[in-house]
Ligand binder design. Sequence first.
Ligand code: NDP
Length: 237
Amino acid sequence: MSEPRTVLVTGGNRGIGLAIARSFAAAGDKVAVTHRSGEAPEGLIGVRCDVTDSASVDAAFTEAEGLLGGPIEVLVANAGVTKDGLLMRMSDEDFDSVIDTNLAGAFRCARRASKGMIRLRRGRIILISSVVGLYGGPGQANYAASKAGLVGLARSITRELGGRGITANVVAPGFIETDMTAVLPEDTRKTYQAAIPAGRFATPEEVAAAVRFLASTEAAYISGAVIPVDGGLGMGH
Ligand code: NDP
């Protein structure tokens, strides 16, 4: 087994983030998750963080680094929200708040993480996007724009820091069984399911497996990539 790394997963208190955090912990890594409210999940170190606030991000990193005993080597920027609505009725607030959480939140975390990674001369930045980022989604102009933005973010980080042992990649999940998709009406679920070549939604653990690979030493030469975990839904996008 390789040396344990220090891992921070934002929004790791539930859903995909929690599965990712548990998967790193099971592999022997030192893991902290951020949670906005409530308690940290059982068995994991939690630090409070709102990714829309730079001071909160900075404080969470400082606390996590103290608890884990060193700079963050693997950042998984997973925290995300949806505020769906048709374009002509979407308010500025609904557009801005989704961009602020999903895109600017990932930027704030990557910026803070890069300081320690540059000093260490190694690091892994993994941004959780969505199939919708490149495929588009009706009623999701804000969400799709925020998730597409992560591709430009990861690729710019790759060009800036690629020579310092740091990689930045995007994982683009399709439909995953979490709270976010539990709210979908049954007929919408059926329509989506019919469009997915795999014929089913995925488990959060299937996303975690791709994230762990990108974080591994074996993935040192993969950077600026968009890795779909979508059962074939977004092929070619
Ligand atoms: P959930 O809604 O289950 O969890 C979202 C997480 O993000 C929660 O931990 C939540 O914290 C956190 N979060 C939201 N806003 C903030 C904020 N401002 N600051 C800090 N944390 C915040 O989502 P999923 O697990 O389903 O999704 C995780 C990621 O995967 C998201 O980025 C999502 O867009 C993406 N994704 C999900 C898909 C799916 O099918 N489920 C498909 C494709 C992508 P809290 O508990 O405090 O609300």
